[in-house]
Design a protein around this ligand. Structure first.
Ligand code: ADP
Ligand code: MG
Length: 363
């Protein structure tokens, strides 16, 4: 169902993204070792990742780095190692022979205990050793192993040099492919440092697949097809109105379709409920930024209210929270761009998501 709220896992529930899936497949068939799926929140990165992994047919591990980080407050090596192996073994559960082969390949690691798809370590595992084992197992089986980290920018907060580990694998382990997604595109780039001579991944090649919002035609077609699937009649003007409010952001379009076509709310109630949910969601997403500096909230509000130029935004923020020096203010703006909350266009700074823009007006 197109209007299912969970990240999609099956090709038939994924609207379009043909080009991106093709590019993903192309990168794998060329044996590329580092893939990035980038785009602001709710454009369907996790969905694309799920479908692409499933279609690849390769053994793969997928980790939700954001939730790992928020559950543990950090990402210790043993947690990462355990999650990688649990997920990998699970991906092989229908391929018994491969699963047994992998268990055997891992059994030489000191202190490892495997039962079914669960792995425990008696002592802190050496992640590099573990990746080497996976690589040689893949080599022997004539396959690739895909290690996917969803919202990978949170790895940078882990206190561990995972960028160094990825660099080591990219350079030496030719049967592994790392796929990293990121909503906070600038933060992910900073973490990887492909262009930063001081970072371990400097100069490495990465395939970047950038998700864009749907065009107006695609957005309308998406809603039409979704409602058709549910046999739910809507007018053309309702569809146009929804796209006017939500733009081509598939996450909001999906939520609208769900509230209207599955929950059967009226057009007005569905939009109200969507904005109510968005309010809670966006506030939660912004909470750690706002706890760091209230000025982030004032900046976003300034932009949402129609101030786009550096100086206009600064004037607004200073009225709200007093003097801030130019360098400090620029740093805050730059961070909001890195976190994906602002983009820079010829008009100046803008909020790329109209729903987020509505929500931050109430901050
Ligand atoms: P992201 O990871 O970029 O934040 P998700 O993959 O979680 O985005 O998708 C956000 C919402 O949009 C989910 O409800 C998901 O089911 C839906 N969705 C995303 N991409 C598509 C697509 N191509 N077709 C149908 N629904 C989609
Ligand atoms: Mg996601």
């Amino acid at each position: 169902m197109l209007f299912d709220l969970q990240p999609k896992t099956r090709r038939e529930d994924l609207y379009d993204r043909e080009k991106e899936l093709l590019e993903f497949r192309d990168a794998l068939s060329l044996g590329e070792r580092l893939l990035l799926l980038l785009g602001i929140r709710r454009l369907g990165k996790s969905s694309l990742l799920n479908v692409a992994l499933r279609e690849s047919g390769f053994p793969c591990a997928k980790l939700d780095v954001r939730s790992l980080y928020f559950t543990h407050g950090s990402i210790p090596q043993e947690t990462l190692a355990k999650r990688i192996l649990d997920s990998l073994l699970e991906s092989l559960s229908a391929k018994h022979k491969l699963q047994l082969g992998l268990e055997k390949a891992l059994s030489s690691i000191k202190g490892i205990r495997i039962s079914g798809i669960h792995v425990e370590f008696e002592k802190k595992p050496d992640l590099a050793e573990l990746l080497e084992k996976l690589d040689s197992w893949a080599e022997k089986e004539g396959t690739r192993v895909i290690l996917a980290f969803d919202e990978a920018q949170y790895l940078r907060l882990s206190g561990i040099q995972y960028d160094g580990m990825i660099a080591y694998a990219v350079d030496n382990l030719s049967n592994l492919t790392f796929v990293l997604t990121g909503s906070e595109v600038g933060m992910l780039h900073d973490f990887l440092g492909l262009d930063n001579p001081k970072k371990p991944l400097f100069g490495r090649y990465a395939r970047e697949i950038i998700l864009e919002r749907f065009t107006r035609e695609q957005s309308e077609d998406f809603l039409r097809k979704g409602f058709e699937e549910l046999d739910f009649k809507v007018t053309l003007s309702e569809i146009e109105n929804a796209v006017n409010r939500l733009d081509g952001i598939v996450g909001w379009l999906t939520m609208y379709g769900y509230l209207r076509g599955v929950r059967k709310l009226s057009e007005k109630d569905a939009l109200n409920e969507l904005f109510r949910k968005a309010h809670a969601l966006v506030r939660d997403e912004l909470s750690s930024l706002l706890s760091f500096s209230r000025r982030y909230g004032f900046i976003l509000k300034a932009v949402a209210l129609g101030n786009h130029r550096w100086s206009e935004i600064k004037d607004y923020v200073e009225v709200k929270s007093g003097h801030v020096n130019d360098a400090k203010f620029s740093a805050l703006l730059k961070n909001l761009v890195k976190y994906g909350y602002l983009i820079k266009t010829e008009r100046g700074y803008e909020i790329p998501d109209p729903v987020v823009s509505e929500v931050v007006k109430t901050l």
